[in-house]
Design a protein around this ligand. Sequence first.
Ligand code: APR
Ligand code: PHB
Length: 396
Amino acid sequence: MHTTVGIIGGGPAGLLLARLLHRAGVDSVVLERRDRAHVEHRQRAGLLEQATADVLRAAGAGARLDREGKVHQGFELRFARRSHRIDLAALTGGRTATMYAQTEVVKDLITLQLAEGGPLLFGAEARAVDGADTGRPAVRYLHQGRERTLTCDYVVGCDGSHGVARGAVPERLRTTYQQTHPYSWLGILADAPPVYEELVYAHSERGFALASMRSPVVSRLYLQVPNGTDPADWPDERIWDELDARLALDADPGRRLTRGPVTATTVVPMRSQVTEPMRYGRLFLAGDAAHIVPPTGAKGLNLAVADVVVLARALVHRHTTGSPELLEAYSDTCLRRVWRAEHFSHAMTRLLHTDPHGTPFEARLQLAQLERLVTSPHAAAEFADNYTGAPLVPAS
Ligand code: APR
Ligand code: PHB
């Protein structure tokens, strides 16, 4: 089989890239290791930056997003048993965030791809990328028990943090920068109405908590826990008691956390990682294959979308004009946004979590910074600008 763009991975990055290329008349093939049900039911974050929501709409994937997604004008920040509102829209001249789970974005893109796009093969596991530095790269993959080869003009590794594409860049030519945070998130889905119509981020001496949502009757809640935590040590009652203690809603008369059956529990490690450059010859890396952010602030999906928008534009430019100029700039263009988001995700994580190795002095500094955020319009505006995300590079 031959295609113009061979895409490894059918997560949000790979699926949106295929969609953008298809709309511009460039053919592609998506190889996805897992089956469709697995890909559609993976629980991930669910907050879309303004630009991400706009890209999905422009790609014709906005119908259900507009019906079911919820626009958030701000969020609640709680610390020292007090509540503050960060008014994102007012601080950014109207930019907002949209609550629409990544798993729903993936379902919408799969439906569109299967109905209108090029081949999307489930159960197709890429084993290696050959000849990335030649004019005719190829992906060797396993499908229905047989090894096959997909020859391409370009290969894009959208295969997440454990994929094969990154390893196809020779070790001497790539650098990985990383940091592991000294805590994880215990995430639950519960059949219970959300605490509040907006997200609630809580800093407390007992650790961080986040109250998010998936629908008017399903809550998504997170607790900071030590690395290596076994979910079995967290029965439902313990989770709810800890959320109550950290969110401290009892400080506000009339507000309380409604409990309900916990339907899923997972432990998410918190890592920051960037691999540079994001290109080797005709192989390009996009999304989690190139960078990981800790989940605080939910930048992962948004960065993946930003990468593939830049890449789709560059591939289409090459296809229509013959010029490789934008492809050559791809890595540098993306890395500027990546490092901005890495900095923000890292800073937001550090601001809200209790550092198990931190000193009392550092804990006071953290409170001083939180206080700054809710009293200085300058500090709040800087935060809101990052949280809602920079606009994508203007159309060329
Ligand atoms: N061959 C084919 N597919 C593969 C292979 C392989 N060797 N290895 C991994 N994959 C698939 C995975 O099964 C997954 O569906 O690649 C896909 C990668 O998808 P994601 O991990 O969702 O990564 P990405 O599309 O970059 O999206 C980034 O996902 O991890 C979250 O927080 C992250 O929200 C961010 C978003
Ligand atoms: C989520 O709903 O999963 C979520 C929301 C906001 C975050 C992180 C995760 O900052």
